[in-house]
Design a protein. Structure first.
Length: 137
């Protein structure tokens, strides 16, 4: 898969992601329109599940592509919104959120301040986790 390094790359990848999904749904509609009524009813029910699956899949893929684009943009942590900072520093932040020990929290704060000017590296492949149910989170 092509690396997402520019706005053009992002738009192209999103278009590609969306086009195959549209193609599949259009084909299902064509099958539905040519089917006998009892088969058409089944295809409508299957279509609802397929539409949701494509909706969830596109949101997940689009989110991953966007996070990859942001990660490859060479931005420093100080230039990112807090959600991206948390994503990029997840491994360092996670122990601090599970422990109330002062030493661990101090390490997290020191890490954050020491890395404010570091170029962000975001784990785009695992950034968007829908867990089979799309929610606003």
């Amino acid at each position: 898969m092509k690396k997402i390094r520019s706005h053009f790359d992002l738009a192209e990848a999103l278009d590609k992601e969306l086009s195959w999904r549209k193609h599949e749904l259009i084909n299902l509609k064509l099958y539905h329109d040519q089917a006998r009524e009892h088969h058409a009813m089944m295809l409508r029910r299957a279509g609802i599940a397929l539409i949701y699956a494509h909706f969830e899949g596109f949101i997940k893929a689009a989110g991953r592509l966007y996070v990859e684009f942001v990660s490859r943009s060479g931005l420093r942590y100080r230039d990112l919104l807090p959600g991206f900072v948390a994503l990029g520093m997840k491994r360092e932040l996670f122990p601090g959120t599970e422990s109330a020990r002062g030493a661990v929290l101090r390490e997290v704060v020191v890490y954050l301040t020491d890395h404010a000017d570091v170029i962000a590296e975001l784990p785009w492949a695992s950034a968007i986790q829908t867990k089979s149910n799309l929610t606003s989170e």
